[in-house]
Design a protein around this ligand. Structure first.
Ligand SMILES: NC(=O)c1ccc[n+]([C@@H]2O[C@H](COP(=O)([O-])OP(=O)(O)OC[C@H]3O[C@@H](n4cnc5c(N)ncnc54)[C@H](O)[C@@H]3O)[C@@H](O)[C@H]2O)c1
Length: 250
């Protein structure tokens, strides 16, 4: 890494085919980082890569809920750009708009795999490379749902609370190696996830859809880049809310 701290940095962004992940991948490309963009959806990844206006974005198709595929994208990053220095551990799904009494074990398990186990596997396979280098920065994507509960959101809220706990444990373990780990906690952001969730909620007759104004993915990307900056090393183990005040104000 030189100059602005991102130029030439080997960087992994998951969920880079859409929404927040795409905005972060594009912002990092503009800052000169060498991005490996990971998503389950190959065609959306191609759009992200085509839209890059800075350093070229290399794409890699993987399902982050499968440990071997997480190992696969970490290996691909190493082969393409060198050991990861920056990691946005972001891919996730909205979960099901159902009360606990209706939520099937299968639906519960699929959200745990995609939103929580994926983050664990990412940390497990990326951290050793950052430890070896004695530096690195990771942002895990939590949510306002890392801080608050809601009716009919048990699978999503449970995974996002756990992502915050996992972040704090990783930060505590990593700080002796000068690696920082933070948890991004957005409120509603104008992405496909919100659009899909709103339609699922209305067909389920639930009232848990977000009704407030939303951030843009680009606004969230600005915060992620700040959290990844190497010149703010004391910022670690934090839950960083970008939610228009939803979590902290009344
Ligand atoms: N949009 C919001 O309001 C909001 C608020 C808080 C937190 N978040 C979190 O932000 C993150 C990104 O969400 P977004 O709003 O950009 O959603 P999005 O649906 O626009 O993008 C998510 C991306 O993740 C990919 N993905 C899903 N499952 C995957 C898997 N198993 N393997 C690989 N890729 C997979 C999708 O293909 C998609 O490209 C998620 O973790 C989400 O929980 C979103």
């Amino acid at each position: 890494m030189t100059g602005n701290g991102f130029f030439g940095a080997s960087t992994i962004v998951t969920g880079a085919g859409s929404g927040i992940g795409r905005a972060v991948a594009l912002a990092l490309s503009d800052a000169g980082a060498r991005v490996l963009a990971v998503d389950i959806d190959t065609s959306r990844l191609a759009v992200t890569s085509e839209r890059a206006t800075g350093a070229p974005i290399v794409t890699f198709t993987a399902d982050v809920s499968v440990a071997q595929q997480v190992r696969g994208y970490v290996n691909a990053a190493i082969e393409t750009h060198g050991p990861p220095e920056l990691f946005f551990n972001n891919a996730g799904v909205a979960g099901h708009a159902q009360p606990i009494t209706e939520l099937s074990l299968q639906d519960w398990a699929s959200v745990i795999d995609t939103n929580l186990n994926s983050v664990f596997w990412g940390l497990k396979f990326v951290l050793p490379h950052m430890y070896a280098a004695g530096r690195g920065a990771i942002v895990n994507t939590g949510s306002i749902a890392s801080l608050q509960g809601a009716a009919d959101r048990a699978d999503y809220v449970a995974t996002k609370h756990a992502v915050l706990g996992l972040t704090r444990c990783a930060a505590a373990e990593a700080r002796k190696n000068r690696v920082k780990v933070n948890c991004l906690c957005p409120g509603p952001v104008n992405t496909e996830m919100v659009a899909k969730f709103r339609s699922a909620v209305s067909s389920a007759g639930s009232d848990s859809a977000p009704t407030t104004s939303m951030a843009t993915p680009q606004e969230i990307a600005e915060t992620v880049l700040f959290l990844l900056r190497p010149d703010v090393p004391f910022l670690t183990g934090s839950a960083v809310s970008v939610d228009g005040g939803m979590a902290g104000l009344f």
